[in-house]
Design a protein around this ligand. Sequence first.
Ligand SMILES: [Ca+2]
Length: 507
Amino acid sequence: MYTRRRFLTGLSAAPAILKLTGCGGKPRRPNILFAISDDQSFPHAGAMGDPVVKTPAFDRIAEKGVLFTNAICGSPGCAPSRASILTGRGHWQLEEAGTHASYFPAKFMGQVYTDILEKAGYHVGYTGKGAGPANFKGWPHNPAGKPYQARKFDRAPEGIRNTDYAANFADFLADRSSRQPFCFWYGASEPHRPYKPGIGLESGKKLEDVVVPPFLPDCDVVRSDILDYYVEIEWFDTQLGKMLDTLEEAGELENTLVIVTSDNGMPFPRAKAFMYEYGIHLPLAVAWPAAFPGGRQVDDLISFMDFAPTFLEAAGVPVPEIMTGRSFLDVLRSGKSGTVDHTRSSALSGRERHSHSRFDNLGYPSRALRTHEYLYIRNFAPERYPAGDPPGYYDIDASPSKTYLLEHKDEPGVRELFELTCGKNPAEELYDIRNDPGCLKNLADSPEHAQVKATLKKELEDTLLAQGDPRLTGNGDIWESYPRFNKMRPELGGFAEKGKYNPAYQR
Ligand SMILES: [Ca+2]
């Protein structure tokens, strides 16, 4: 059990550790442990205040380091979000890698932070889910690093994947040369669906303790579904705890930069794949006890494209010009809490195609700008359905919560949520996320918010234009031309066998 006393002891030792040097009198380069869960929204960690889910490893990193309250992922879907992390760029700058389940073009080899650190002498690997899902033609392995996947549990709890992440991490460490710093990507497949229905209740959690987000029907089916999601978050966290213990026992935790986060929000209606708070706002804790003091909460806007430049700067490696993100190592090192860097007042996110959910394999192009107070969203094809074409609405993961929403859509109390989630959206949306974190009330047409909207719209468009987003430069349709390699649905203009892309079907 991690105690306050140990935490304080660690802090008092930090200045001495800062002076540790490697060969030649240079500061030792830090190890980097990047822990990324799959589909976890910002409130769902102990340190973020959730009363039910238990995340002692996440909380430990938050206590030893910095808890960020405004971390915004690059896209609310796995592949584009992970591509943005690896390249340090917006998904709108990444061509096929910027949409879901397409290519990760080999031309990005050497540009991902993992390749750069490997070239700089780091031992680089990953376990579980790396970049993707995508086609990695031309790459020697997943861009997240050399794979370590061999260790499996004989029996994992039902619904949980059987990869033994912590044992694979130990294998990775054993492969390292003496004194070589490492960069490891721990990509849990949890809490991605499917779940074993009822595993949360079976674990002893209680329906009445769940805080149901305001955009979901509050009923036992949804509460139980959230409990199942919590069990998977806890699995991710438990495996992380084992890795932290391994590092601590080896005396390496102090000089390891540990980042714990997710790739996109919870796999529930109006969260994952949607541009709202529960889709793009994620938990984030960062610690490196040898370099900066912990026990802090920072409210600056952090974009996930800022991770790669931060890792490179921490390793003493120049950040390539091509990276769009900005290192926040200065914020970490500042020792301050609250608002640290006043220029970190906004973060961008966006999406294109997610699932094959619209006829002709069309996406739902959107971009968003998030500030401390507002979320402004621009929808480039408001004639399309954001959740996917009816009646499938396949941009919402199949789940008990989705089934409940669809089966009860004509009932009072559910009808409004169904319309909100599965209906069409206007070209612009604006939410007051301090008072409306569930993003229920669109203020885009509110006269008193006209000036705010105009300001945010201009910042969004100016930034994306400067970054060459095809949606802003008049070449937006190129996004619809990128192939999809995952499951296709015949009823939506599909044609391919399950799991196989049909090259004849390329617009
Ligand atoms: Ca994901």
